[in-house]
Design a protein around this ligand. Structure first.
Ligand code: GLC
Ligand code: GLC
Length: 831
């Protein structure tokens, strides 16, 4: 179809939800799995394996890769992003069944298979299918506490005749540094080295010099042959779909010298009718101390590898490790358990949303099928926000994370925008001066205190800029965060935006007209006065937490002064931040309004509506309701709430990157899901349970399963962006998994809609639900006790708690007390 400039996306793409019904699988809630039954998903649908040091990404056709801690510096296996065909390269298995060659995960061979399924579960993935009376299933998982991936292959002869089978494994090694691996071929093609001993293939590139780590791929059975040179294994002009060795059934026992080292085992076996055979492969990563690197010249020390292989060399051992992994996840996910008549809601709250939050804990924004693992590190603001999604599961790690983040803060209270996960140091190259950053630290710490009650964290001595000679208590870090805003106010008494605030793309001070410079790092132009309503509202909202914290530490004067600053900010917002029907977004470099009805485009933005109302501004005088009505009228669409509208149709030098995107995408009027929960929370504060939940379900993946063809990304995790109403194809999502949407959605549903909210002195209960809900129950673990909370809604209210009983006795506070550890209590709430 021709592109008609000027017609809206909805006109060009007939996008009624009912026209696009297509599912590719289903949820298995009891097993906490998503079961993909159609292998040609609209986009590879992935899962993550690993909990601590060794991680893998795996797609539904066994694509993906592994790395140790850092996806850029310690990439173990190779992966080519944006490849053709899509998602080529992974942990592949090939079967040559008497000349019929196929792969259990359909790819890479793409021979027709029967009964294909991929089960993505909690930290594991099972992929399998059948062809010609042979069934093959592979279980992939990373055991707790080890630096390896276990791959258990099960073969079953379902026919009446014996089968003579050859099974080939395939892994392509990455030469460790993922960026270098994709770019520095003049060197790389000469460095590759391997060793083969019995059934184990060792990858030892660069081990002779500065590296003290190697990787291996093993199998617990004698091999008929192997290959380690890619060109020999595949044939130079073949793809992964047609390896010469596999099709000819003849491994060549090649040893890689440079070029591209791989690992392929060939196993030969006969399966009698009905017989089942299992093979256990281990893909491991080993570090040796410098003085234990070699056992003979050039021969690597394999003691640790052999010990690791020995830990998984029988089915019983693998079963036991797998059971431990299950236990771990069941326990992680037992903190909040919802019983509700709607399974789509239950499965998000009980399983997939907290699971995704753990992925953001592990990977921040670094590595997914949209993040290449070589670009971005940990975001100062991102990681603080992610924390509210996982602090209830991993309090100790959250505490450590807070200290890591705060250690990169600068001593004037400002922050590096990102830091490197491996070194934990602030990264100056990525740009700074995002003036919202410091306040997110208060948000993160407050969330930690409310969940854990661990006030000792505030006394931790934490360096500024990782300099141990310049350290102060964490509380002092919070004070500097707060004061940074106070010390950077603009002409209207509103916070200066700096390079940008939460919206990286609203570059009010940067003026970039050079295509060769990055929007992210262009320097601020001197003399600007751009101010942010978003930061103003954040200051009011999280400033209140700072005041509470200061007061509780006996810093009365500091708390009073901070309160005065907050009051002044509220006045500034009231005077200069209201546009008549909604809150303004900002003032630009020249002091002109952004996000006003006076603007030609970008008249209204979502962020300031959400933040201001979350901060309580306008709730008493009707402005909040007005703003929410405006959001509903101008920003809400079938697939969620767009970021701004009307979309920018041309590039505005003084607005920057936001106006660089085509209409309806990313920050230019895309549904940037991260901020939808701000409106959802605002709706609950205004008492609109129906609208809050309606917005929630528009972006929540389990509610989009039926339109997978349009939505494209996984129906079990949130995506950063769904194309907005002005886009060519509204409703199409991108950038799944690593997004602040995970934690904010979890926070909004559990704490504001279901309304069970950790607070400094206990668990506050204040649901705001659609009036047609009759009730629900939540089992909540909180500070060592269990709260069995039953909420009933006989009058079909949206909000308002009528009566609370605890263990049968009436209480009159909405804040349930902190109970002794190990106790369990029944709470009944009548709305
Ligand atoms: C991305 C960034 C986040 C930013 C948002 C909006 O999600 O990770 O830091 O706030 O985009 O620009
Ligand atoms: C771009 C993206 C934004 C992201 C930022 C992070 O600005 O549009 O979403 O936060 O890059 O680097």
């Amino acid at each position: 179809m021709m592109n008609h400039p000027g017609t809206s996306g909805a006109d060009r793409w007939n996008n009624s939800k009912t026209d696009l019904k297509m599912k590719y699988g289903h949820f298995d809630d009891a097993a906490r799995e998503y079961v993909i039954t159609q292998h040609k998903t609209p986009w590879p649908w992935i899962n993550y394996l690993g909990n601590k040091d060794f991680f893998s990404i795996i797609s539904n056709t066994a694509g993906g890769y592994s790395f140790y801690r850092d996806a850029r510096l310690r990439r173990i296996t190779r992966y080519r992003y944006n490849n053709v065909p899509a998602d080529d390269g992974g942990k592949y298995f090939y079967i040559n069944d008497n000349g019929s060659v196929w792969s259990p995960g359909w790819k890479p061979v793409k021979a027709e298979v029967e009964d294909y399924s991929c089960r993505h579960g909690m930290g594991y993935t099972r992929i399998g299918s059948a062809r010609g009376n042979l069934r093959a299933d592979i279980l992939y998982f990373v055991p707790l506490g080890d630096t390896c991936e276990v791959q258990r292959v099960t073969l079953r002869n379902t026919g009446a005749m014996p089968k003579h089978i050859k099974l080939f494994s395939f892994t392509e090694w990455c030469l460790w540094n993922a960026l270098d691996d994709q770019t520095n071929f003049q060197r790389n093609f000469s460095t590759g080295e391997v060793e083969v001993e019995e059934s184990v293939i060792y990858h030892k590139t660069e081990y002779r010099e500065r590296r003290n780590h190697y990787a291996f791929h093993s199998v617990n059975s004698p091999v008929a042959g192997f290959d380690t040179d890619r060109e020999t294994f595949l044939g130079i002009y073949n793809g992964f779909d047609h390896p010469e060795t596999v099709f000819s059934g003849r491994p060549r026992n090649s040893i890689a010298h440079g070029w591209s080292p791989v690992a392929s085992h060939c196993l030969e076996t006969v399966l009698e009718p009905g017989e089942v055979k299992e093979y256990i492969f281990v893909l491991g990563y080993i570090e040796n101390p410098d003085n234990e690197k070699f056992i003979a010249p050039k021969v690597i020390n394999k003691v640790r590898a052999k010990a690791m292989i020995g830990r998984y060399d029988t089915s019983e051992k693998v079963d036991a490790a797998f059971a431990k992994l299950k236990e771990y996840w069941d326990s992680q996910l037992s903190v909040i358990s919802l019983s509700h008549p709607d399974p789509r809601l239950e499965r998000m709250v009980n399983t997939w949303n907290p699971y995704q939050c753990m992925a953001t804990y592990n990977f921040s924004r670094s590595t997914s099928y949209f993040e290449s693992g070589i670009g971005r590190g940990m975001g100062f603001r991102d990681s603080n926000q992610d924390l509210v999604g996982y602090v209830q599961m991993i309090a100790q790690q959250s505490r450590d994370r807070i200290i890591d983040i705060a250690s990169t803060q600068l001593n004037d209270g400002s922050a590096y925008h990102q830091y490197q996960p491996l070194t934990k140091r602030g990264n100056a190259e990525i740009g700074g001066n995002f003036n919202d950053d410091p306040l997110w630290l208060i948000f993160g710490v407050a969330a930690y205190l409310k969940e854990t009650g661990d006030w000792s964290i505030l006394d931790e001595m934490v360096p500024f800029n990782n300099n141990p000679d310049d350290a102060a208590s964490l509380f002092e870090h919070l004070r500097r965060s707060f004061m940074y805003v106070v010390n950077h106010l603009g002409p209207h008494g509103l916070p200066l935006i700096g390079r940008a605030d939460w919206n990286d793309c609203l570059n009010l001070n940067c003026f970039s007209s050079n295509p060769d410079e990055s929007f992210q790092t262009t320097e601020n132009q001197k003399g600007g006065q751009a101010e942010s309503l978003f930061i103003a509202a954040m200051f009011v909202l999280y400033g209140a937490d700072f005041v509470t914290i200061a007061r509780r530490r006996g810093e009365i004067q500091m708390a009073d002064e901070a309160s005065d600053h907050i009051d002044a900010m509220v006045r500034a917002v009231n005077e200069h931040g209201w546009d008549g029907d909604w809150f303004l977004r900002a003032y630009d470099f020249y002091g002109r309004k952004v996000g006003s009805h006076e603007n030609e485009e970008g008249k209204i933005f979502i962020e300031s509506q959400g933040m201001c109302i979350m901060a309580g501004i306008g709730l008493e005088d009707g402005r909040a309701l007005k703003a929410l009505t405006s959001v509903n009228k101008h920003l809400a669409c079938e697939y969620g709430i767009v970021l701004n509208n009307p979309a920018f149709t041309k590039y505005y030098l003084h607005l920057g990157e936001i106006s660089s995107y085509p209409e309806g995408y990313k920050e230019n009027a895309g549904i940037f899901c991260h901020n939808n929960p701000w409106i959802i929370i605002a709706e609950t504060l205004a008492g609109n349970g129906h609208r809050a939940f309606d917005y929630y379900s528009r972006i929540t993946p389990s509610y989009l399963e039926e339109i997978s063809d349009l939505h494209k990304t996984e129906p079990y995790v949130y995506s950063q962006m769904i194309a907005g109403k002005d886009a060519f194809r509204p409703g199409e999502a991108k950038n799944s998994w690593l997004t602040g949407t995970a934690s904010w959605s979890y926070y909004a549903i559990t704490q504001y809609i279901l309304g069970i909210r950790p607070d400094y002195d206990g668990l506050l209960v204040d649901p705001c639900i659609p009036p047609d809900w009759g009730g629900f129950t939540v089992r909540r673990k909180f500070r060592g006790a269990v709260y069995n909370i039953e909420i009933i809604n006989p009058e079909h209210k949206s909000k308002g708690v009528w009566e609370i009983t605890v263990d049968g006795k009436k209480v009159d506070s909405c804040i349930l007390p902190v109970f002794p550890e190990g106790t369990e209590h029944d709470v009944k709430i009548t709305m």
